[in-house]
Design a protein. Sequence first.
Length: 413
Amino acid sequence: MNSTALFDALTEINERFLDLAFVAPASPVKTKRPRRRFAVLAECACLLLVAGAVLFLYYAVSTYVPTFGDAAFSAAEVADMAGLNRMTDGTKAYRTIDVSDDAYLYIEPLPSDEYLPIYGLYPQNRLMTEENLRAFADRYYGKICAAFGVPEAELQFRDEKDPGRLLALMTKEQPFLFFSLNRLTESFHFSPEISKDAASAITLDGQTVSIDPAMTDEEIAASLEWAREKLCALFDVDLPDVGIERTFHVYSGETDCIYVTFYKKADAPGHVWSSIFYDSPCDRIVVTFYFKDNGWRPHSDVRFTRYLPDAVRTAANVKRISLERAEELLYGGYVFGIHACPLCMARQPEVDFHGYAYATIRYFRGVPFYAFYKLVGINEENGIRVYAEALVPAFEVYGLEEYFESQRDLHRE
């Protein structure tokens, strides 16, 4: 590690999770002029002491994870960390989830651990260079073109400044190949040619990657096991676990999309199901099958996302509140259901979560929440079950009333 890298590492410390350090100033003392023959030794000793102190501070601070037993975060900070106050799809007290079977909710037993980790996202600005992006693309480009059966084409470089900086290398025309690098991840996106006249599908080493929306999750996972193995080998990753999510057309109830995620549960936040809708920070390959997409014929695409080294780390350990305490917050309306704004919440049909069906722990961008599920409807034509999902922080926070009132004022402005 050179001095520049060491300085960058030290200046990237997330001060939100550090305790204050108090250092007593040394009393001034008189010193004698050192003898000349000891000058070099003294300078060397001083250099070693300074270097040792800097290295000690770096490793001690970078690996230090504070533990909080009481409320250490405000409700506003929790919403900011989880990104729930920046969602673009409207403000809601809860979101609805459509499933053909309750098993597809992926409910897991509540943990017995007294403390839960909060995972922090640490932007790796110094790694975000065109050179690193091209190295990432060069590592896979030839293999990707061969695997997906597309000709190699010139990749155009693009530096996106807004809304967040993004470096990209991409083809100009279909089929789209897109390599990107931001402050947290390096990723790849492949989309074959799509049209409104004919369906299209991904082919992997000459074999078509396809599923039937009538299949169960277990059947889909089994039918795509060969694709999971090939994609993991293509990107040099080990992602043994599979999660499947579906969306349904609001009127017909027919399947819109099926998202098949290959990930590693042991590396996911909290070691629980890592939904793509929760923006959970873990490496993943997502194969999306579109069955109804604004007039386009059925098609599919593949996305691979890998987090940069040190971009995701445990930032703090927080004491988990009891289920009973979480229920108090739930029934009191202190829910973080996709940007909490009381005015917009009032526009949703009211859901009484008393008598809810399930409760589990979910991680939203590395922040743990209790997730509560209440059955609110069943489509009589196809049996699709509609659940309302509400989120409550899984640890004690302060400033709940102030946060919700600030959201009301923000909405009015």
